[in-house]
Design a protein around this ligand. Sequence first.
Ligand SMILES: NC(=O)c1ccc[n+]([C@@H]2O[C@H](COP(=O)([O-])OP(=O)(O)OC[C@H]3O[C@@H](n4cnc5c(N)ncnc54)[C@H](O)[C@@H]3O)[C@@H](O)[C@H]2O)c1
Length: 252
Amino acid sequence: MDPLLRKVLLITGALGQLGQAATKMFLEKGAVVVANDIGDVDQSREMKLLLQEYGENRLIFVRSDVTREADSALLAKEIESKFGRLDGYFHNVCTAIHKPVLEQTLAEWELVITGTLTSAFIVCKSMLPLLIRSGGGSIVNTSSIISQIPAAYNAAYGAAKAGVNQFTKIVAHDYATSKIRANAILPGIFFAQNKISELSNDTLQLIHDNSLLERCGTAEEIAEMAAFLLSDAASYITGALIPVDGGYHMKN
Ligand SMILES: NC(=O)c1ccc[n+]([C@@H]2O[C@H](COP(=O)([O-])OP(=O)(O)OC[C@H]3O[C@@H](n4cnc5c(N)ncnc54)[C@H](O)[C@@H]3O)[C@@H](O)[C@H]2O)c1
């Protein structure tokens, strides 16, 4: 049976590498998908093909900025008016500016914290009432293995992702009695399948050296974990921080 059959799921950052892979995969697993991104859908051939293939009863695209509370509240309204419910969401949006602390401006720091951590709060705050009205649901936040293992020039991003981890656990704690599960995925380095062949030898070597499995992850391998956490098969999993990193955390 399709593990996500008839589940109404929101994916934020749906035009990104992981968001696109998840959109396609969740549809194939039976879900109704609301794909959100700040970007223009006309610039994504893949998303336009999916919209044509599945039609508006299975997939809609909503362009909005989830760092804005009013936009995110409108997104929740649109989901409720179109589908009447929400069973879970997969939050992928991030902002990354990689610099040593002494070179990072406060404005850059705030951009990273807003895009990466505050967005997780805003999406949660907007969607929770609808998830609760729908009888409960599953929240999956995309964190990063960098939230636990330091990497050069990642102070703002690493701190924001560490915040995402703790935020996720506290949501799991506070809303368990409302039948809400919340978990975070901690990816290592991954790319969309079609981007891997374009990587330089230096990048491939770096990835190889940082992975027990000696290779780069794919967006599909991360999306598989999200699909599992959003399905009823994960009904006893909440408050978990799950590395999907080819063993990066064992090598660093
Ligand atoms: N790629 C990796 O190696 C890697 C490793 C660890 C963690 N991650 C995490 O995985 C997630 C997805 O990564 P990716 O590589 O697919 O990223 P990506 O940059 O390809 O996609 C992110 C998407 O989010 C959208 N977005 C940005 N700000 C937004 C906003 N305010 N509102 C709505 N949409 C917005 C962008 O337009 C983009 O389409 C991120 O949270 C990232 O931190 C990635």
